[in-house]
Write a protein that binds this ligand. Structure first.
Ligand code: NAD
Length: 376
């Protein structure tokens, strides 16, 4: 079976789905050929000669689509330039977001393809090695702190120097899932005073174990929505939470927001008044920008200044650290592929929980999403 890796053509996408190291692994595990499009890894600092040295065949774009039995990608196949061109009966593995990309799914179905959505892989222990959402969220949280630091006019750490005593910067991280915890850890390592908030009680210990303070509201309500995910909170809880953020905004220098609820728009937690209450030169990084933002002032994809406060709404943070994100994504997708095929075999087992959770098309037929875990 031939595995193919095209250059990602989505604007500003710098990741590549497979690293040279994983090319070697796939060949060792019995895939007969790995085809890599010319310059596919260049933006992530993986050169064509490194792919060749690992055993890949570096080819033109059209060969990738004509010859690959299994196509590995980061972004969903682009509708008119990729999805309709895949080899008939082939398998495509990428982020896919099928409910937002119906045309793409239909184009793949017309090619009788199998399609797997990386973001739908169930987050069970066995599948942690395939969990690209977590590896990308980890990177986004880290990079969010770097972006904030780049737009902030002072040190994050405190210092006592001959030229004066410098107080540490104060950082508030809202939402302590994978990205939030990564942001907390990164800001702590850079020496900031860090506070974290989440609606799920389980987050408290994780925040504290990273050396940050866990903030609370005087309001009893469980935020657990099943499977470790958050549920939508009551209006009263959100009000209490926002009162806390209003006070915090007056005090902290950097706010990083990561609050998300699966299948819902991002909760709006930071108002214009809160932004105005922040000190001149403060920075907000809104990691929820893609799903509407946690801050009302956020402009998705942009850096925007509101009354002296910089609000960063980048929606492509993992792609801004392309070598790291490609390496982790490649490990995730390679292990996932090897869980389905290898040694000359490729067998899609719909009884397998991970396959069932992530498959979107089977021989061109749309498979309905697997039932989600029911909230307790
Ligand atoms: P996410 O990206 O869906 O959400 C980010 C965070 O926002 C969550 O922690 C959520 O509780 C929080 N949030 C939602 N509404 C909020 C509000 N109004 N105010 C403040 N915070 C709010 O979350 P995620 O990073 O995907 O992680 C969700 C859970 O899944 C975590 O418990 C995580 O540990 C778990 N997880 C498990 C696995 C695994 O077992 N394989 C892998 C990844 C994540």
């Amino acid at each position: 079976l031939s595995v193919g890796v095209p250059l990602e053509i989505y604007p500003n996408e710098h990741r590549v789905a497979l690293t040279p190291q994983n090319v070697s692994l796939l060949l060792k595990k019995g895939f007969s050929r790995v085809l890599v499009e010319k310059t596919a890894g260049l933006q992530a600092q993986f050169l064509d000669q490194q792919y060749r040295a690992a055993g890949a065949t570096v080819v033109e774009r059209k060969d990738i689509f004509e010859l690959s039995d299994i196509l590995l990608k980061v972004r969903p196949p682009v509708f008119d330039q990729e999805a309709g061109l895949v080899k008939e009966g082939s398998t495509v593995i990428s982020f896919l977001y099928p409910s937002q990309n119906k045309e793409i799914v239909e184009a793949l179905a017309a090619r009788k393809a199998n399609a797997f959505a990386m973001e739908m892989i169930p987050r069970i222990s066995r599948a942690q090695v395939f969990d690209a959402l977590s590896s990308m969220a980890n990177i986004a949280g880290y990079k969010a702190v770097l972006e904030a630091a780049n737009h902030f006019g002072r040190f994050l750490t405190g210092q006592v120097t001959a030229a004066g005593k410098i107080p540490p910067c104060k950082v508030l991280v809202i939402g302590a899932g994978v990205a939030g915890l990564s942001a907390i850890a990164t800001a702590r390592r850079m020496g900031a005073i860090v506070r974290g908030f989440d609606t799920r009680a389980a987050a408290r210990e994780q925040v504290q174990s990273l050396g940050a303070e866990f903030l609370e509201v005087p309001f009893e309500e469980s935020g657990e929505g099943g499977g470790g995910y958050a549920k939508e909170m009551s209006k009263e809880f959100i009000e209490a939470e926002m009162a806390l953020f209003m006070e915090q905004c007056k005090d902290v220098d950097i706010v990083i927001t990561t609050a998300l609820i699966p299948g819902r728009p991002a909760p709006k937690l930071i108002t214009k008044e809160m932004v105005s209450a922040m000190k001149q030169g403060s920075v907000i990084v809104d990691l929820a920008a893609e799903t509407g933002g946690n801050c009302v002032v956020t402009k998705p994809g942009e850096v925007y200044v509101h009354e002296g406060v910089t609000i960063i709404g980048f929606t492509d943070l993992p792609s801004r650290l392309p070598t790291q994100s490609s390496t982790l994504y490649s490990n995730n997708i390679t292990k996932f592929l090897l869980s389905i095929g290898g040694n000359g075999q490729f067998a899609i087992d719909l009884e397998d929980e991970v396959v069932r959770g992530s498959i979107v098309l089977h021989n061109g037929v749309r498979i309905p999403p697997a039932p989600r875990p029911v909230p307790p």
